[in-house]
Design a protein around this ligand. Structure first.
Ligand SMILES: [Zn+2]
Length: 58
């Protein structure tokens, strides 16, 4: 995954894994957490922040 240099992961917030927008909303469906992006109208299971911390963990 290529992360744009203008995106600071130290900044608080959630990022869309598709377009790196911060306009993501956390939604819950069937007991699972999803992130809906208002910018690209896509829903992802994980936000970029989650992926970032997962990568750190492993
Ligand atoms: Zn997006």
């Amino acid at each position: 995954m290529q992360i744009p240099t203008n995106v600071s992961l130290k900044q608080e917030g959630q990022y869309c894994i598709h377009c790196f927008s911060q306009k993501v909303e956390r939604t819950y469906q069937n007991g699972l957490t999803y992130y809906y992006c208002q910018s690209c109208d896509k829903t992802a299971e994980r936000s970029l922040v989650d992926l970032f911390f997962i990568n750190l963990y492993y």
